[in-house]
Ligand binder design. Structure first.
Ligand SMILES: NC(=O)C1=CN([C@@H]2O[C@H](COP(=O)(O)OP(=O)(O)OC[C@H]3O[C@@H](n4cnc5c(N)ncnc54)[C@H](O)[C@@H]3O)[C@@H](O)[C@H]2O)C=CC1
Ligand SMILES: O=C(O)C(=O)Cc1ccc(O)cc1
Length: 311
């Protein structure tokens, strides 16, 4: 093993935005002796090879995981079970199998039945990304100062959990562990619901376009433009997230609808105090996030650092 390596051999299945960012970051930080890549799309494999993202690239996931110490599944949430079944027979005893899916409970349920004993399943979710997809969209600094939530199942090997946490910390992430259930509830309100709202509002505006003769998009102000960025996120990925975090998302939609109804009532009855009180509270939340150093005052949505190494 090379001195700085956390793992001898890393396998990345799915070389899109997140998989390619891991490949770039792992290489930049010397976290893996060798990187094997597999993706079901021959185009993605060709691009990854051209960019030199790994030491070996192909379409067969089982080939990529053979001999790997750490396997990270970077495919849409709905494809995790299929990949788990495909790699199960080729995994090395003692290997850590992890993922980056935006939902944790359903991914755990899809993967666990396929994996042989002696393999450590430790799911994780880097809370970092952009609206872009594919191997060319990734960049090495994506995880810098971003959270990575690790959700070890009960009875997980502490050594395996520590090794995975060290790997993410090595890529610049701040690592926290919690249960899969808690993760799915928290992310339903902080990530999944906001994306659903963005998809919905941009859809509503697009329908209105017919009536307003293109003036909605033409005169869109900052807030709406931010929604269009989020609503440009990958349709397959987000379809899978909503279908696989159904209960938590429906719970949050219920609460959101109630709060929206209260706002509508305040507007209808001219209750300025209620509006002012809410807007003051929400402004303090944003300022608290900035003061804590998790966010800059300027938006960095879709950030991509030009000085990143491409491979
Ligand atoms: N995009 C984002 O901002 C973030 C995404 N995630 C999670 O990361 C995962 C990957 O997302 P992205 O990298 O954005 O997607 P992406 O669309 O950029 O890449 C996914 C890759 O997986 C490949 N793939 C799909 N099914 C496959 C299969 N059965 N076998 C092998 N390869 C397969 C696709 O060909 C594609 O190259 C998802 O589970 C998502 O929930 C997590 C954090 C942020
Ligand atoms: O682009 C954005 O604003 C995001 O919110 C990216 C993102 C998408 C999915 C995740 O699970 C985590 C982060």
């Amino acid at each position: 093993m090379a001195k700085a390596s956390v793992v001898n051999r890393l396998a990345i299945i799915g070389i899109g935005l997140i998989g390619s960012s891991i490949a770039r970051a792992a290489r930049q930080h010397g976290l893996a002796g060798a990187i094997a890549i597999a993706d079901a799309s021959p185009e993605a494999v060709a691009t990854a090879s051209r960019l030199g993202l790994g030491d070996a690239c192909g379409t067969d996931a089982a080939t990529a995981v053979a001999d790997a110490d750490l396997v990270i599944l970077c495919v849409p949430v709905g494809a995790m079970g299929q990949v788990g079944a495909a790699i199960a027979g080729a995994l090395k005893p003692g290997a850590i199998v992890s993922d980056v899916g935006s939902v944790k409970g359903a991914v755990m349920a899809q993967l666990a039945p396929h994996l042989p004993g002696g393999v450590h399943l430790i799911p994780a979710h880097p809370v970092a990304g952009t609206e872009n997809s594919g191997p060319e969209a990734g960049f090495a600094t994506l995880f810098h100062n971003r959270w990575c939530i690790v959700t070890p199942p009960e009875g997980a090997s502490q050594q395996a959990v520590d090794a995975l946490c060290a790997f993410w910390a090595g890529m610049g992430a701040n690592v926290e562990t919690m249960s899969a259930e808690r993760h799915d509830l928290v992310l339903a309100v902080t990530s999944h619901l906001p994306h659903l709202i963005a998809y919905n509002i941009v859809g509503t505006a697009a329908d209105l376009e017919q009536v307003t003769r293109s003036e909605v998009i033409k005169f869109s102000a900052g807030g709406f433009r931010d929604f269009t960025r989020i609503a440009a996120s990958d349709p397959t990925m987000w379809r899978d997230i909503f279908l696989n975090n159904k209960d938590a998302v429906l719970e949050m939609i219920g609460r959101f609808n109630e709060d929206l109804a209260a706002l509508a009532r305040a507007i209808r009855w001219g209750d300025g105090d209620a509006l002012f009180e809410l807007f003051t509270r929400t402004r303090a939340i944003r300022r608290g996030i900035i003061d804590s150093g998790q966010e800059t005052a300027e938006p960095d949505f879709g950030r991509r650092h030009e000085d990143d190494a491409t491979a």
